[in-house]
Design a protein around this ligand. Structure first.
Ligand code: SF4
Length: 243
């Protein structure tokens, strides 16, 4: 049964639980390790070093699902996709697509406002080598499910990278929605995947796949800024029923 509390209150309560979570011992330990082994450029900074809640518009129609916070990005600044090159690329594309009020994401409290989009991750603690274990993903998926219950206008999920894509497919299986085409969806940049069945009491969102805006992908040209912006333009068209 859904809570009758306001969504803002429910999200605040969820975020408090996320921030204090210690369910994954390896990641709890790694959070401390990162802070103790800062690179010289961040030596004077105190790190967030805790799980990260999502951020953005609670009434969003588009939800962006990433992998996990970066050790010296979100884990340092305390906000998803903030303070590292992946975040810079993502926020610039959200801005170019009209979903953010500014093209940069430098630190929490920098005035960035997302409109119509909510950003979250499959795993909320920075993992060693950006590789969470299956168990860590499983532990953290309960928070994603809770976000979908609260952020209830979501019509499109943009999965950044294969890990996030697989996380959504796992959640889809858990809640009993099925791929509209019958076969298991296969990750392809720009792919659009529709589902049938009820998803937390409403129609299932459409899944859109994108390469992750990691430095590895952007430096090699596998993902350009325009390619990522186009993903968000497409997501908006789907959300507004144009395609
Ligand atoms: S990854 Fe998720 S489940 Fe694991 S400790 Fe962090 S917040 Fe908790």
């Amino acid at each position: 049964m859904e809570s009758c509390q306001e969504p803002e209150k429910r999200l605040e309560e969820l975020n408090r639980r996320i921030i204090s979570c210690k369910a994954c011992p390896r990641l709890v330990q790694y959070r401390r390790y990162i802070e103790e082994h800062k690179p010289a450029r961040y030596m004077g900074e105190s790190y967030w070093s805790a799980p990260l809640p999502g951020f953005g518009d609670i009434y969003a129609e588009i939800l962006v699902l990433g992998l996990a916070p970066a050790a010296h990005g979100g884990n340092r600044t305390g906000r998803m996709f903030t303070g590292d090159s992946s975040g810079n690329t993502l926020i610039r594309s959200l801005y170019e697509a009209g979903l953010a009020n500014k093209p940069e994401s430098v630190r929490a409290g920098d005035g960035l406002v997302l409109r119509g989009v909510y950003v979250t991750a499959s795993v909320r603690c920075a993992p060693p080598n950006n590789k969470p274990s299956s168990e860590e993903r499983r532990n953290c998926m309960k928070y994603l499910a809770e976000e979908f219950r609260i952020i209830s206008n979501v019509k499109v999920v943009v999965a950044l990278g294969r890990f996030a894509f697989d996380t959504f497919i796992m959640l889809a299986r858990d809640v009993g929605i099925s791929p509209a085409e019958g076969r298991k969806p296969r990750f392809a940049h720009g792919g659009v995947y529709r589902f049938v069945g009820r998803f937390f009491g409403r129609d299932a969102p459409v899944l859109v796949a994108s390469y992750h805006p990691s430095r590895q992908n952007t430096n090699t040209g596998r993902l350009t800024q325009q390619m990522l912006t186009n993903i968000f333009l497409k997501a908006q068209e789907i959300a507004s029923g144009i395609t």
